[in-house]
Design a protein around this ligand. Structure first.
Ligand code: GDP
Length: 298
């Protein structure tokens, strides 16, 4: 398990090396800040978060009376960590039986894999989990979720060609009846063209509330950490439609640029409950702003 931070660092290496070259000069001048601006934008940090970070960094440099470019890097790490800190939050279960967690995300983001990993994480904490296969449009999605259910030896509510909202309703009802600690609802990431994804997801949410007045207790969005500003656009639209309570950011072990988290922190500070750092069941880690900022600059 030790290796995950190295995988995160390796995944963010490109960003790290382009940021590192900024600090190799001899002076702290406009050229340094311009290079830094460029490197942050290249790392998917976005215009607003980049502006914020530069302003914050300049203040820190002035306050610390720093004259060495090399020391600016450490101050930038602090600025990034402070920006990301509001995203640090633990997923808490136990207040409700079951805690109903709806999981959304566009196809390919790593939603099904993340649900498998999350199931294991929750099981490790001693929670009983029931999975709901509410992506009834793709047979493959249902089958894949079934594989993760088997790997974790948990029950799954699934119905071939059924209505997604009906499957979700049944799962929440079953979860209550069977005294499960958590019901994880897997939703579709794409629909047949005549249907509107957000409307379908909103319907699932409404129907889940009908099955249990306080549910869903969490609405999570899974985003691919490699997709940069696209991921930010997804956060905006899913949050507008569903009211997100948390994020899972996947594939940060790959060739992710990482800056998108700063952009999210700036625009929609929704908690990052977990990050994905590999394809295996155990490759899910809690998000730590300081660790992440350091990995970004290493
Ligand atoms: P879905 O369409 O959103 O359900 O996506 P999947 O869960 O099927 O994942 C799509 C691909 O991304 C699969 O090949 C996964 O193994 C891979 N994947 C998911 N999460 C991670 C991650 O954190 N790191 C890496 N390297 N690959 C991941």
């Amino acid at each position: 398990r030790q290796g995950w931070l190295d995988r995160l660092k390796a995944g963010l290496r490109k960003t790290g090396s382009s940021l590192a070259t900024v600090f190799t000069g001899t002076q702290i001048d406009d050229a340094l800040y311009e290079e830094l601006e460029e490197a942050l934008l290249m790392a998917d940090t976005g215009v607003k978060a980049t502006e914020h970070l530069l302003k914050d960094l300049k203040r820190r440099v002035k306050e610390a009376k720093t004259t060495e470019p090399g020391q600016v890097k450490a101050l930038l790490a602090e600025a990034i960590a402070d920006l990301l800190r509001p995203l640090e939050k633990a997923l808490v279960i136990g207040e409700f039986t079951p805690t109903v967690i709806m999981v959304a995300g566009v196809n390919g983001a790593g939603k099904t894999t993340s649900i498998g990993k999350l199931t294991k994480h929750l099981a490790n904490e001693g929670a009983s989990v029931l999975l709901a296969a509410a992506d009834t449009f793709r047979a493959a999605a249902r089958e894949q979720l079934g594989v993760w259910a088997d790997r974790n030896t948990v029950e799954i509510v699934s119905q071939e060609g059924g209505d997604p909202a009906a499957v979700s309703f049944d799962a929440v009802t079953a979860g209550k009846a069977r005294g499960k600690d958590v019901v994880l609802v897997d939703t579709a990431g794409r629909l047949p063209t005549q249907l509107h994804l957000m409307e379908e997801l909103k319907k699932i949410k409404r129907v889940v509330t009908k099955a249990d007045g306080s549910a869903p207790h969490e609405v999570l969005l899974v985003i691919d950490g490699n997709t940069g500003q696209n991921a930010l656009a997804q956060v905006r639209s899913f949050d507008d439609a569903l009211g997100l309570t948390g994020l899972i950011v996947t594939k940060l072990d790959g060739t992710a640029k990482g800056g998108v988290l700063a952009a999210i922190a700036q625009e929609r500070p929704i908690p990052v409950y977990f990050i994905g750092v590999g394809e295996k069941l155990e490759d899910l880690e809690t998000f730590n702003a300081r660790e992440f900022a350091q990995a970004l600059l290493s």
